[in-house]
Design a protein around this ligand. Structure first.
Ligand SMILES: Cc1cc2nc3c(=O)[nH]c(=O)nc-3n(C[C@H](O)[C@H](O)[C@H](O)COP(=O)(O)OP(=O)(O)OC[C@H]3O[C@@H](n4cnc5c(N)ncnc54)[C@H](O)[C@@H]3O)c2cc1C
Length: 463
């Protein structure tokens, strides 16, 4: 089977689907999805890999199906802070090539697609409209919200009929891209090699190639594409797969909640304006992060699914992990049924990450004590190396990071792979740093930004 198309997108998760819809306004688009319309055990088996470093369930934290991981996601929506984009002199490799202004213009469209109605994340305003008390309010800490769309957006279900009816989008499911071929002078991609579990192989040639495979499969595909270039595509400086970041979550074990009435409305989801859902969290102000020289983070008040409503909730910290080249995705020696080498994930936290936990937890605990909401029963230092596990948040970020040059990243400010003229990557893997915020809202805004860039490229070349 041989296809020739102007634009091909690899991966039909939220990002690939939004991009396909946008580019279909100006071009024919082929979208290739490794999974089926529904999840299937044979496809999921292709996701298994090896782990070293912190324990990590590689298979369970993503979905191989039309709609990608939006078939599984929990729907927590949050926005990056403006300073998340800045260079922080205490954070190696920090700084985006642009500021928040480059993506804010897309927030309305993202909010609408995520069933949030508006991109309304003003915690003080939401507190006023919902009648929830915001006791923490000084220069050290800032309240923030997570919002939840109603209903939770599942792209594979909600956009399926639109994709089936589209005359400009062709979707192939159960079509895994196993290799990317490039031209003789290694300056551009020419062809994708597709394989299916039924043993068929096909080729797709295109003018524009966009990878939207998620933060583990995108580096896996680039690293597997090493038949013409040693060590894989876009990897001349060895950055593909490096700086794997999560949002580590850890309970602040010694912090006990004393005033349950005050904080009960902070636990679980609350309604405002009739049908909008949110929950509060609390972080350090920009100034406090700067003077403590820590990453961004948010504390939230929660009960685990196993806890009853009578039990006092806990306080946990979601943290921004720092970019660390030793925390990485690479290839293992074993191959899957399609002939692709499987992944080996080395997830590591470094001293800055542990300092972020210790200093942020300590400053937030002090604020809890000041307003009478909680009490520390032991110094935080004692819990840093205690038995409380570090949990993951199902976010795979940073593995094809955006940077000005190829020595410190894989894609440029337009999401184009540094070494190749027509190969682009989009998704959480391009984040140079990851904020405290769950990534989907921001990666969708980045997708709209890329769509605008590619639409103007397509219109220019077709003139
Ligand atoms: C359990 C869970 C809970 C989550 N909760 C939240 C949350 O509350 N808030 C939040 O912001 N985020 C959450 N996330 C993360 C969120 O789902 C992702 O940010 C989002 O789905 C990323 O979209 P994407 O399109 O970049 O990648 P994905 O959704 O991973 O989609 C990538 C697609 O590419 C396909 N693909 C991969 N390799 C190939 C290949 N070689 N050839 C062809 N196709 C390929 C995959 O099958 C997949 O369909 C959660 C994730 C999980 C798993």
């Amino acid at each position: 089977m041989q296809w020739a198309v102007p634009v091909v997108i690899v991966g039909a998760g939220p990002v690939g689907m939004i991009l396909a819809r946008e580019l279909a306004r100006v071009s024919q688009v082929l979208i290739l999805e490794a999974g089926g319309v529904e999840t299937e055990p044979e496809n999921d088996a292709l996701l298994t890999g090896e782990c070293s470093g912190l324990p990590y369930p590689i298979t369970e934290t993503r979905a191989r199906q039309f709609g990608g991981s939006s078939g599984l996601w929990a729907g927590y929506c949050a926005q990056f802070d403006a300073h998340d984009f800045a260079v922080r002199d205490w954070v190696p490799l920090s700084g985006w090539p642009f500021g928040i202004g480059a993506i804010e213009q897309y927030y309305d469209r993202v909010a609408e697609l995520l069933n949030l109605d508006t991109p309304d994340f003003d915690a003080r305003d939401i507190a006023r409209r919902s009648g929830v008390a915001l006791p923490f309010d000084n220069e050290v800490v800032i309240p923030t919200v997570w919002r939840f769309g109603t209903p939770t957006q599942r792209f594979g279900e909600s956009l399926r009929s639109e994709f089936e009816a589209s005359s400009n989008i062709t979707t192939l499911t159960n079509a895994c891209v196993a290799d990317i071929r490039i031209d003789a002078d290694h300056s551009g991609a020419t062809e994708l090699v597709i394989r299916t579990l039924s043993g068929r192989e096909g080729r797709v040639s295109a003018e524009l190639f966009i990878l939207a495979c998620g933060g583990i499969e995108t580096p896996r595909l680039l690293l597997n594409a090493d038949s013409q270039v040693c060590h894989g595509l876009g990897n001349s400086s060895g950055m593909v797969g490096r700086c794997f970041m999560e949002h580590p979550h850890r309970r602040i074990t010694p912090l006990l909640i004393e005033d349950r009435d005050l904080l009960e409305s902070w636990t679980g989801r609350t309604i405002y304006d009739g049908d909008k859902l949110f929950t509060f969290c609390i972080g350090l102000s920009r100034q406090a992060q700067e003077s403590a020289r820590v990453m961004n983070a948010r504390a939230h008040i929660y009960r685990t699914p196993q806890m009853t409503k009578d039990e006092t909730p806990r306080v946990g910290l979601f943290m921004e992990q720092s970019p660390n080249p030793k925390s990485r995705v690479r290839l293992s020696n074993s191959t899957d049924l399609l002939g692709m080498r499987r992944v080996r994930l080395d997830w590591h936290l470094n001293d800055l990450d542990w300092k972020t936990y210790e200093r942020t937890a300590s400053l937030i605990a002090t604020e809890f004590e000041r307003v009478g909401a909680g009490r520390m029963r032991a110094p935080i230092e004692q819990s840093v190396h205690g038995h409380e596990p570090v949990l993951y948040s199902n976010h795979h970020l940073g593995t094809t990071r955006m940077a000005k040059d190829r020595d410190s990243g894989v894609v440029d400010r337009d999401c184009r792979v540094h070494d190749l003229s027509n190969l682009y990557v989009i998704g959480g893997s391009i984040f140079p740093t990851v904020s405290w915020a769950n990534p989907t809202f921001t990666l969708m805004a980045l997708t709209f930004r890329l769509a605008d860039h590619l639409k103007s490229e397509i219109c220019l070349t077709s003139r």
